[in-house]
Design a protein around this ligand. Structure first.
Ligand SMILES: Cc1ncc(COP(=O)(O)O)c(C=O)c1O
Length: 375
């Protein structure tokens, strides 16, 4: 049963609406797809090259090496940085598994670090205690679209001579102290999975770096160790022309979509202020949060999720467990005390709908249903 205190009629609010986005850009997208088909530029080719150049320019980085997805980008970057068996890499305990699974796949050992309560990101105050003589790098994730504390992380990396790969999969155009994420570390990786802030119509990803030697190694490795002359054994991880053409059509809209996300987030912030025990995801004053996800916390998370589902509002747990508590990482033997903040968050977090095409009526309806639940 839906409680009825809402002044709005029941409506359906999707979690994201990629179709609405397509309809707004139909002409550009259809033309881009037709052009790829007409020119048979299916794998790499001019559209991929144009996207690599445009994205590098957007970030002010020298190199964008496109690849098949954001997970591959992490793997390729680590291989390029010369990770060796047994090398330890510190990463955040609460995120999507790509970051940690690729550390293992590249031959390294995953070292999880707990998160900071305010931002959900890796807690820089806990990183140094994790460093051992085997530590080679740190991979912060700019989770949900808010930058990790790159000032503190880069200072630790410099002090201990560690590399940094920024996982920017959820943080296109996010900033820390005015500087774009992806421009701090030795390399940065992006995902263009369809639901990301800049999303393709299938899998796509890239890595960014200012290190020309690293860029050339990664591009060669990702394309079978070199076309014509195989200078090494590589992998097959290429962006395809259709994805690149779609990304080229969407890129000019990214800044506007980001502002739309921020406006919706600000609306939620004020509408949900003081409601029950809800904690809203306030952006830190020195960060430009791009709200890939809008994640609230409440002790009544599961019941709220059920209430919202009945009201036509799907919600998601991003992520239902902190990584150390999945069977995949049982071998690390980590306890709730080791990863206390992420452990507490995992049963309280709830991602509510946010996407640029969302109307004020929709965000007001979501907020009103949350209010109703807590009446
Ligand atoms: C934080 C994070 N890292 C990496 C990835 C991997 O990206 P992809 O799905 O393109 O492999 C994702 C995608 O969900 C992500 O959210």
């Amino acid at each position: 049963m839906i409680k009825t205190a809402s002044p709005y009629p029941l409506m359906k609010v999707p979690f994201v609406d990629l179709h609405a986005q397509y309809l707004n850009l139909k002409k550009e997208i259809d033309a881009a797809i037709a052009e790829v088909i007409a020119t048979s530029s299916f794998i790499r080719g001019p559209h991929v090259e144009a996207f690599e150049n445009a994205w590098a320019l957007t970030l002010g980085m020298k190199h964008c090496v496109s690849c098949a997805n954001g997970t591959d980008a992490l793997y390729i970057a680590m291989r390029g940085l010369g990770i060796k068996p047994g090398d330890e890499v510190i990463t955040t305990a609460h995120s999507w598994i790509s970051t940690s699974e690729t550390i293992t796949q590249a031959g390294g050992k995953v070292v999880f670090c707990d998160t900071d309560y305010g931002t959900f990101n890796i807690d820089p105050l806990l990183i140094e205690a994790k460093i051992t003589p085997r530590t080679v790098g740190i991979i912060p994730v700019h989770l949900y679209g808010q930058a990790a504390d790159m000032g503190a992380i880069m200072a630790i990396a410099r002090k201990h001579n560690l590399w940094v790969i920024e996982d920017c999969a959820q943080a296109h155009l996010a900033r820390f102290k005015g500087q774009l994420v992806g421009t701090f570390g030795n390399a940065a990786t992006f995902s263009f999975y369809p639901g990301k802030n800049l999303g393709a119509y299938g899998d796509a990803g890239c890595l960014m770096t200012n290190d020309s030697t690293l860029a050339i190694w990664c591009a060669t490795f990702a394309r079978h160790g070199g076309k014509g002359e195989h200078v090494m054994e590589g992998i097959n991880s290429r962006m395809d022309g259709l994805q690149a053409a779609i990304l080229n059509a969407k890129l000019p809209h990214l800044a506007g979509w980001t502002e739309a996300r921020r406006r919706i987030a600000a609306r939620y912030d004020s509408l949900l202020d003081g409601i029950g025990d809800v904690v809203t995801p306030k952006a830190q004053p020195d960060r430009y949060h791009v709200y890939h996800l809008y994640v609230i916390r409440t002790g009544r998370r599961d019941a709220l999720k059920r209430h919202l589902a009945e009201a036509g509002i799907p919600t998601v747990f991003n992520y239902p467990k902190a990584l150390p508590f999945y069977p995949a990482y049982a071998y690390l033997g980590q306890t709730a005390e080791d990863i206390a903040v992420a452990y507490a968050n995992q049963s309280q977090i709830l991602s509510i709908p946010i996407y640029p095409e969302m109307t004020d009526e929709m965000s007001d309806y979501v907020a009103s249903q949350i209010k109703t639940f807590f009446l």
